[in-house]
Design a protein around this ligand. Structure first.
Ligand code: A2P
Length: 329
């Protein structure tokens, strides 16, 4: 199977290559793609060097699958061109996520919606993926009424230039800024650009995408997304109000039995999820599970995941694996 990785030199693209190395997609030919300025450069995959090619050269090879992590504009322009030659595109950008003709997939939750007709499949936002991995099993059991989520997001979610900004600021330098302010020693209540009703686009993604993935628009969700000087992963403080009463031990049991979710919830041992320790892992970590004492049927918890792995690359590769396993590609 020929697999193109579009954006292979980027933050997500590099993790994508690593995840593809670790897992078992039957790849016979890897086609790394990046912008014109990188064409001809090499990337490493399974101890071999591969030459970066242009979009048009990659389309000419007609890969079976193309995994895109090169920004929304690139996706809007090129995903349909790959689809036209029969390639299935798995797209990490926000370009297609809310398009009603495109599927938005977290394999553990809704891979069953995929068919052979899906040529452009959307990978959800990183903060959305780790959130729904926990919300979905609890929604099935207790029926969610309302969710309030506040995020603490890693600079890796913005891309290489943001990591460079943080590292330069740590060294005391005054680098060119990706963010409107210094990020070192700071917290910016500002992820992506401001849009409708003074919410950021990141917050709007978090409020809309879970309903589409979970196939349930009967609950309400509000979000505040914050960028913090962290690199290992995104964290989320989540308040969930249910329609039905729950039992805390049962909540822990449900989450501990959910594939892809790891329970880290023992405060007597200071055990709780943290981004430093989620880095490089594929699972979603959940802890600090406790009752909201201010109102009934309401829960507080804390979710952490490596935003470049389950939040992006791993989820995309899992979609590809599902397509292969079910003869959809
Ligand atoms: P390049 O390295 O040549 O600029 P990040 O989000 O970490 O900055 O990464 C963005 C990725 O998307 C990089 O691999 C970048 O390639 C790639 N990219 C950006 N614009 C295009 C484009 N027009 N066509 C193909 N790849 C692109």
């Amino acid at each position: 199977m020929k697999v193109a990785v579009v954006g292979a030199t980027g933050m997500v693209g590099q993790v994508m290559l690593k995840v593809l190395e670790e897992r078992n997609l039957p790849i016979t030919e890897l086609i790394p793609v990046a912008s014109e300025r990188s064409v001809g450069n090499k990337v490493k995959f399974k101890d071999k060097e591969f030459t970066i090619v242009s979009m048009n050269d990659a389309i000419a090879v007609k890969p079976e699958i193309a995994i895109f992590s090169a920004g929304g504009g690139t996706s809007l322009e090129y995903a349909p061109k790959f689809a036209e030659v029969g390639t299935v595109v798995i797209d990490n950008s926000s370009a297609w996520r809310m398009d009603p003709t495109k599927k938005l997939v977290v394999p553990e939750i809704n891979a069953n919606v995929l068919t052979k007709e899906d040529k452009i499949i959307a990978n959800p936002n990183c903060s959305t993926i780790q959130l729904v991995m926990v919300l979905h099993p609890l929604n099935q059991k207790y029926d969610i009424k309302r969710v309030i989520v506040s995020t603490y997001q890693s600079v890796t979610g913005t891309g290489k230039a943001a990591v460079d900004q943080l590292n330069s600021e740590i060294k005391g330098e005054n680098p060119e800024k990706v963010y409107p302010y210094q990020i070192f020693k700071n917290a910016l209540p500002h992820c992506d650009v401001f849009a409708d009703d003074d919410y950021t686009k990141e917050e709007i993604k978090l409020m809309k995408e879970p309903k589409k993935i979970m196939g349930d628009d009967t609950f309400n969700l509000t979000a505040t997304a914050v960028r913090v000087p962290v690199q290992g992963g995104h964290s989320e403080s989540v308040n969930i109000e249910f329609e039905n009463e729950f039992d805390l031990e049962e909540v822990r049991k449900i989450l501990s039995e959910t594939p892809g979710v790891v329970l880290q919830d023992n405060v007597t041992n200071n055990e709780y999820p943290m981004p430093l320790y989620s880095e490089g892992k594929d699972e979603v970590f959940v802890g600090r599970i406790r009752r909201d004492l201010s109102q009934p049927k309401t829960l507080n918890l804390w979710i952490v995941a490596d935003n470049l792995r389950k939040g992006a690359a791993t989820n995309a590769v899992q979609i590809a694996e599902y397509l292969v396993a079910n003869n959809l590609v």
